[in-house]
Design a protein around this ligand. Sequence first.
Ligand code: FAD
Length: 388
Amino acid sequence: MYNLTPSDLEIQARARSFVDELIPYEEEAEANRGNLPDEVVARFQQRALELGLHATNMPKELGGGGCSMLQQVLVQEQGGRATNALGWVLGTPPSWFPPVATPEQIDKYVVPGIRAEKEECYAITEEGAGSDVDAIVATACRDGDEYVLEGVKWHVTSYNHAQYAFFQAKLTDGDHAGDHAMFIVDLPSDGVRVVRTPEYTHTISHHHPIVAFESVRVPVTQMVGREGDGMGFAYEWFRYERIMVASRCLGGAERLIDDTTEFAKGRIVNGKPISGFGAVQIMLADSMTELFAARALVYETARNIDAAADLKVQHTQCSMAKLYASEMANRVADRCVQIFGGRGYMRENVAERFFRELRVERIWEGTSEVQRSIIADQMVKRGPHVFV
Ligand SMILES: Cc1cc2nc3c(=O)[nH]c(=O)nc-3n(C[C@H](O)[C@H](O)[C@H](O)COP(=O)(O)OP(=O)(O)OC[C@H]3O[C@@H](n4cnc5c(N)ncnc54)[C@H](O)[C@@H]3O)c2cc1C
């Protein structure tokens, strides 16, 4: 199926059997605010490294997997089969970073990231700037050999696990005044503090605090690329994360469909398995059909990236993949809760957890509305035939 090569199938199977080891820990994580004992987390991290499933997206010469985009998709798809973000142990460090990192940044951040010794977080969104990244009011002011950073960032995912943050700000002075720049801030650093850590819908060990950066001084060597480059990095990160979100949504939908079909076969109502009722059959059949369509779309998008398609085509197809796969997975989760009946509303049930967890896939890395706006703009600019 899907014309996967033997090596594609091999890495897919490797990731699948690893994620099968994670799945039995979901309920414990759910009951413990997403946390598992440290030794369990360390063991899974070590296994992911040994199996070559961490940093599949990073260059081989730096110790990463150097996998094709399709293979990265296949691995993340399997990661998506586990709830409570347990699959995040299949880490994807920032693959946009090595080509623009200085030798010092490669040693200090990129290589430790590939070895799972350091984790990053992204501080871009602000109270008044989410979909419209250009509305950020965070600032970076050059002062001799340093920049002084100011800003309050929202939803900083994984801040509680991270050793450094990518901080995006607008430059206050110089030739690039008003343009964006990206900085690396070591954590902890003087002037960086958590304002508060809100509760979110899902139950995962990664927090999303609001973080204040108050007169944070970083050497000029902590800038990524050059002044004015910041937005370009954010777009590259979005493009990559969108296809990864889409991949994990495929995995979530597959797990839901597998577990729900099994349940529907065994659940007897009025003397018959519910899988024989037309209304339930419609929900199962629609879910399977939509998963097939989404998977074909996501794999084809990955293949186009591997074939170095035009960047705008890649960007638009990643938006289509994220839009369709995330909305598909949400529809599937809703139907599966319904098929499980009362059980589907219990936190110990896989459909209940996915129903909550998949909701954010339609919001982060650009909302569904933003994806539609990107797709429609490109259709008008370049003609629809370019993208399909
Ligand atoms: C759990 C979680 C984790 C996150 N992690 C991070 C992180 O690690 N780092 C980070 O920087 N950010 C992070 N984010 C932020 C996330 O990327 C933003 O929430 C998202 O981009 C939407 O921005 P917003 O919340 O400000 O919504 P808004 O931009 O205020 O949008 C509100 C509504 O308006 C709609 N809308 C906006 N623009 C348009 C348009 N052009 N056309 C039609 N409708 C539109 C939106 O679709 C939405 O329905 C995270 C968010 C969440 C929920």
